[in-house]
Design a protein around this ligand. Structure first.
Ligand SMILES: [Zn+2]
Ligand SMILES: [Zn+2]
Length: 330
């Protein structure tokens, strides 16, 4: 099968022919239909995340159909369409798993990082970590739901039900999904982009934001919570500055540049800063149920599998509106 392989970090992906993997245990063999390109893939390629499996097939927003089952697989049937997210396996025995925090499992394996992912024609995945996808989304448009949507949703949920005025910093793949969900749920969404990026600001307003401006601007209303979806530490401080007493600033990213020093008075009055790590299967099920109810328009740009390097470059340069998706043709 064709795969786009990371042989070494900090080098371009190589288009290679590798053997189709064999499903073992509760794994299923999947024919990849589409796979989203996520910023985390850049962090892995650029060695900002350490110790990936090598060589590695990236990609943790996989939309696929089941081809066959491993010897112990019982849940999924050949022909079914499923999604494979970042969380690929957990031990279910550690302190975190037993407390319902499998997203923090120290033994967890991650799709497209410590397990091979979906920048390929076929993949294997443990059926217990696959998600059923709402039928209304075609393969390419479903792909961004699997990380941008899911991690975005976990970040959004930590803002709490009482957060009426919600800031979103970094208006890329996650933001364009969560802004629609938040607006649908009656929140006032304030979108923050790079200064002067009027095109993205207009896109944010189309998706339901009541205000859009530069990340160094103050919104017309203090924020109850702010979600940070860009890997820029300074935004944590900018967001804190725009946040009301008791408000929370939540980073949805796995990697971020250093957070600059700031005056304690920005944090005072019980403001909080926190991060989100990974996702649990419950996040996956809850979010897919919402995506079924609310018609979320995912904006995608589809690339051929062989054009993965171009897709990655466009994301790195901030030249995408919405999400890049690798479409695998038959
Ligand atoms: Zn565990
Ligand atoms: Zn991701």
């Amino acid at each position: 099968m064709r795969a786009m392989l990371v042989r070494q970090q900090r080098t371009p992906l190589a288009s290679v022919d590798v053997e189709i993997p064999r499903p073992v245990g509760r794994q299923v063999l999947l024919r990849v239909r589409a796979c989203g390109v996520c910023r985390t893939d850049l962090h892995i390629l650029d060695a900002e995340l350490e110790r990936p499996k090598l060589p590695l097939i990236l990609g943790h927003e996989i939309v696929a159909t089941v081809v066959s089952r491993g010897p112990e697989a019982v849940d999924l049937e050949p022909g079914e369409r499923v999604g494979v997210p970042w969380l690929g396996w957990t031990d279910q025995t550690c302190r975190e798993c037993r407390r319902g925090q499998e997203n923090l499992c120290p033994a967890a394996l991650f799709t497209g990082y410590t397990l091979d992912g979906g920048y390929a024609e076929f993949a294997v995945a443990d059926e217990r970590y696959c998600l059923r996808l709402p039928a209304a989304y075609d393969d390419a448009h479903a792909a961004p739901l699997l990380c941008a949507g899911l991690i975005g949703y976990r970040t959004y949920r930590l803002a709490g039900d009482a957060a009426e005025h919600l800031g979103i910093y970094g208006f890329g793949a996650a933001a364009h999904i969560i802004a629609q969900l938040a607006a649908h749920q009656g929140r006032q969404v304030y979108a923050f982009t790079r200064g002067g990026d009027v095109q993205t600001q207009a896109f944010a307003r189309e998706l339901g934001a009541v205000w859009a401006g530069g990340s160094d601007e103050q919104p017309p209303h203090a924020l109850d919570a702010a979600l940070i979806f860009a890997p820029v530490g300074a935004l944590m401080v900018e967001a804190l500055r725009a946040t009301a007493p008791g408000g929370t600033v939540i980073s949805g990213g796995i990697h971020m540049s250093d957070i600059p020093a700031f005056s304690y008075h920005l944090l005072w009055e019980e403001r909080q800063m926190r991060s989100v790590a990974n996702l649990s299967r419950r996040d996956g099920r809850d979010f897919m149920a919402l995506a079924e109810q609310i018609p979320i328009q995912t904006s995608v740009e589809v690339f051929g599998l062989e054009d993965a390097n171009a897709a990655v470059d466009r994301l790195r340069r901030g030249q995408l509106q919405g999400a890049a998706v690798l479409g695998v043709s038959d």
